[in-house]
Design a protein around this ligand. Structure first.
Ligand code: FAD
Length: 404
C-alpha cells in the first residue's frame, strides 16, 4: 500500500480543486490534488473564465502569461428570442483587469494551473487517482483511499477537501445531506464542425419551442440543446432526423453542420441539477464547488463560483493548516462565507429555468416572446451592467490574500 501524508488532500482536479491546490501550496501548506482522469481533456466542461477569475490570476501575478493562451473575449452576452436579438449583460462596463468573459477550453485553464503548480514545492498533483472512500478515526475523517494504476493508495491528511463535482464521492462517503432545488431542464450535448466566419463566443437561440446554445471552440462548435427535465426518451423516440430538424429550426446557422450528428451516440444526455449540501463540512473534511452546490449551466456561472469557493477556503484555512492549528470551527467558516453567494446564484438559475427556459420550451410555443425579465434588462444599460457584475464577478467577490 502506497501511503502519503500531507496537510491538505484535495479530491478532484476541476476549477475548484486545481485553484485550491495551487493556493494552499503557495501559502506553504503541504498539498496533494487527486484527479481520477489521466488528463483534463473532457468536452462536457464549461469554457468560461470570468472577470473574477482573471482578477485572481492578476493577484497571483499570472495574468499576463495566462492571457497568451488562445481565447476569445466576449464583452456582451446576447440572446436571440424568435426575431428579437438582445443584450443581457455588458461586461465592458466592469472595473476589472479583463472586462469580458474569456472563452478558453477549460483544459487549457487547468493545464495552465497544473504547469504553474510545478514551481510550488509543496504541491503534488496525482492524475489517475480515483478516490473511492474516506479514511476515518472514529467520527473524524483522516484521509482518503484511491485506486491508481500502481495499485491502491492511502492519503492521510489534516483536511480532506471534496472538490470532486456534482457526483462527489467525498460528500457521499461523508453521508452529507442534500437539499434539491429541482432543475426544470436537461441538456443534449453534441458537437458539429465550425461554421466559417460564423458565430463567435457563446450564442443562445430560442425559436419554435426549442433552445440551442452554441459555444465556439475554435475547431468546432460545442452545442447544447435544452429540453424539459425527463423528456430525453420522448425526444429520442421522435428520431434523429426530427431532432436535427429542431436544431436547425432554432439555429439556422447549423443547417449544414448538423450532418456531423450521425447517430444518437453523438448526442450525450447531461442531466442538470441544482442541489446544495445542508452542511458543507464534517470533522476533518469540507466540500466546495459543485460538490457543495451543484450548478445548472444557466448563466455560465458555476466555474466562477467554484473558483471563488477555492479562494475563500484558502484564505480562511491555509494559515491554520500550515501551522497545525486548524479547528473544525475554522472549516465551518467556509460555508458561512460562501453559502449566501451559492444560494443567490442558484435562486437566479432556478428562476431563469422556470421563467425563461420553461416557457420557451413549452409545447406549442412556436414563436416565443422575449420574457419580461430579459425585456427589462435589454432596455437598460444599468441593468446590463448589474447583470454583468452578477455573472462576471459574482455576489461576493473573493480576492487572493498574500502568501505570507
Ligand atoms: C452541460 C453543462 C455545461 C456547463 N457550462 C458551464 C459554463 O459554460 N460556465 C460555467 O461557469 N459553468 C458551467 N457549468 C457548470 C460547471 O461545469 C460547474 O459548476 C463547475 O465545473 C464546477 O467546478 P468543480 O471544480 O466544482 O467541479 P468539476 O468541474 O465537476 O470538477 C470535478 C473534478 O473532480 C474529478 N473527480 C470526480 N470524482 C473523483 C474521484 N472520485 N476521485 C478523483 N477525482 C474525481 C473529476 O474528474 C473532475 O475533474 C456547466 C454545467 C453543465 C452540466
Amino acid at each position: 500500500m502506497n501511503t502519503i501524508r500531507v496537510q491538505c488532500c484535495v479530491v478532484g482536479g476541476g476549477p475548484a480543486g486545481m485553484m485550491l491546490g495551487y493556493l494552499m501550496a503557495r501559502a506553504g501548506v503541504e498539498t496533494v490534488v487527486l484527479e481520477k482522469h489521466k488528463d483534463f481533456l473532457r468536452d462536457f466542461r464549461g469554457d468560461t473564465v470570468h472577470p473574477s477569475t482573471t482578477q485572481i490570476m492578476q493577484d497571483l501575478g499570472l495574468l499576463e502569461e495566462f492571457l497568451t493562451l488562445p481565447h476569445q473575449k466576449v464583452s456582451k452576452m446576447q440572446a436571440v428570442f424568435g426575431e428579437d436579438e438582445v443584450t443581457i449583460a455588458d461586461f465592458s462596463t466592469l472595473h476589472t483587469p479583463c472586462p469580458y468573459i474569456a472563452f478558453m477550453p477549460q483544459w487549457d485553464f487547468l493545464n495552465f494551473l497544473a504547469a504553474k503548480g510545478k514551481s510550488l514545492p509543496r504541491l503534488r498533483i496525482v492524475m489517475e487517482a480515483n478516490v473511492t472512500g474516506l479514511l476515518r478515526d472514529g467520527e473524524r475523517v483522516t484521509g482518503v483511499e484511491a485506486d491508481t494504476p500502481d495499485g491502491p493508495m492511502h492519503v492521510r491528511a489534516a483536511l480532506v477537501v471534496g472538490a470532486d463535482g456534482r457526483h462527489s464521492t467525498v460528500r457521499e462517503s461523508a453521508g452529507l445531506a442534500i437539499e434539491d432545488e429541482h432543475s426544470a431542464i436537461d441538456v443534449f450535448w453534441f458537437r458539429v464542425g465550425r461554421v466559417p466566419g460564423g458565430m463567435e463566443g457563446v450564442a443562445m437561440h430560442a425559436k419554435a419551442g426549442h433552445f440551442v446554445f452554441t459555444i465556439d471552440r475554435r475547431d468546432y462548435f460545442q452545442c447544447a440543446y435544452v429540453l424539459p427535465k425527463g423528456r430525453a426518451e420522448q425526444v429520442r423516440a421522435r428520431g434523429l432526423d426530427a431532432f436535427r430538424g429542431d436544431v436547425i429550426a432554432t439555429a439556422s446557422e447549423l443547417t449544414d453542420q448538423i450532418r456531423d450528428v450521425n447517430a444518437w451516440d453523438d448526442v450525450k444526455l447531461l442531466t442538470v441539477s441544482i442541489e446544495r449540501l445542508l452542511k458543507w463540512s464534517a470533522p476533518g473534511m469540507l466540500c466546495i464547488g459543485d460538490a457543495a452546490h451543484t450548478m445548472s449551466p444557466v448563466g455560465g456561472v458555476g466555474i466562477n463560483l467554484a473558483v471563488q469557493d477555492a479562494v475563500a477556503a484558502a484564505n480562511l484555512l491555509s494559515a491554520g493548516l500550515r501551522d497545525g492549528a486548524l479547528t473544525d470551527q475554522d472549516v465551518e467558516r467556509v460555508q458561512a462565507r460562501r453559502l449566501w453567494p451559492a444560494k443567490v446564484v442558484q435562486a437566479f438559475q432556478g428562476m431563469v429555468q422556470r421563467r425563461v427556459l420553461a416557457p420557451a420550451l413549452s409545447e406549442g410555443n412556436q414563436d416565443p416572446k422575449l420574457p419580461l425579465l430579459l425585456r427589462l434588462i435589454s432596455g437598460s444599460k444599468q441593468a446590463q451592467h448589474l447583470a454583468a457584475k452578477f455573472i462576471g464577478l459574482g455576489v461576493r467577490q473573493e480576492r487572493v490574500r498574500s502568501a505570507g
